[in-house]
Design a protein around this ligand. Structure first.
Ligand SMILES: O=C(O)c1cc(=O)[nH]c(=O)n1[C@@H]1O[C@H](COP(=O)(O)O)[C@@H](O)[C@H]1O
Length: 270
């Protein structure tokens, strides 16, 4: 199965929502958990219980696990394994990007067959040059996994880099979109190179109509992005758009049924 096949199956079963597992220290406090690896584990496994098998994709944010060292990384490995067992796609949000030779090692860690940190996809940063991501694109293609490449991020600072104009007259974001479009060309039902386009980017004239891949839309929920923003940015059918929300769902924990209800409400709103 290609990554596009997996996405299509997941969307048909659950709709396009992605939910983030971002164990912010303040959320551990709010859930009555300690800011320790044990607290992290309880938080993350509660989220897995609530979201596994109920949404198309779950996005654990790696840094919140790495903050607890090797024990936190072990929790991330368990989260990835348990979610995959539940049939939910896992997008590991590690935002990797490095020179090509080192990128091959990141590719093996997050996309390699049998790696304990490999989910179904990983987020990548292309700001060392899109070409440096090639080892990850190749590993993803070979293992039926996917990547989501930052293009127009949800944070206000993103524009200073992403709207900058290259000597050929294209913006940096346009260049990234064009590379991703070329890589996905001709693949059905959609390519394995996704883009990250924030729900909060406001008015933009960036044309995504030729892009044949999934789009992750963060900024939806806690950062202010709404369903109306998604429709304005991506059109009414929102084909292959995966809005992702972390805090706005997680704040309903630790009660599993409250978390599930929050997910259901967001799914209905979409
Ligand atoms: O790649 C991402 O996931 C990402 C890209 C981006 O442009 N903006 C963005 O917020 N994210 C991530 O999406 C999540 C948003 O969390 P909430 O604002 O709590 O919904 C965090 O894990 C961010 O790291």
């Amino acid at each position: 199965m290609t990554f596009g096949d997996k996405l299509a199956k997941a969307v048909a079963a659950h709709g396009p929502l992605c939910v983030g597992i971002d164990p912010h220290p303040s959320l551990l406090d709010a859930w009555g958990l300690s800011r320790t690896a044990e607290g992290l584990e309880r938080f993350a496994l509660t989220a897995v219980e609530a979201f596994g098998g109920k949404v198309a994709m779950v996005k654990p944010q790696a840094a919140f696990f790495e903050a607890y060292g090797s024990r936190g990384v072990a929790v991330l490995e368990r989260v990835i394994a348990d979610l995959r067992d539940s049939g939910t796609l896992v997008l590991v949000d590690a935002k990797r990007g490095d020179i090509g030779s080192t990128m091959a090692a990141y590719a093996e860690a997050y996309l390699g067959e049998g790696s304990p940190l490999a989910g179904d996809a990983v987020t990548l940063s292309p700001f060392l040059g899109f070409g440096t991501l090639q080892p990850a694109l190749d590993t993803a293609r070979a293992t039926g996994r996917g990547v989501f490449v930052l293009a127009l991020t949800s944070n206000p600072e993103g524009a200073e880099v992403q709207h900058a104009v290259a000597p050929d007259g294209r913006t940096v974001a346009r260049t990234i979109i064009d590379f991703a479009t070329a890589r996905n060309s001709g693949i059905s039902p959609c390519g394995d190179v996704g883009l990250v386009v924030g729900a909060t980017i406001g008015e933009t004239d960036v044309d995504l109509s030729g892009f044949n891949g999934p789009i992750l839309a963060p900024g939806f929920g806690a950062q202010g992005g709404s369903v109306a923003d998604l429709k304005r940015l991506f059109g009414p059918d929102m084909r292959n758009v995966f809005p992702t929300s972390s805090r706005d769902v997680l704040r309903h924990g630790p009660d599993v049924s409250s978390l599930v209800s929050a997910v259901r409400r967001v799914q209905e709103s979409l």
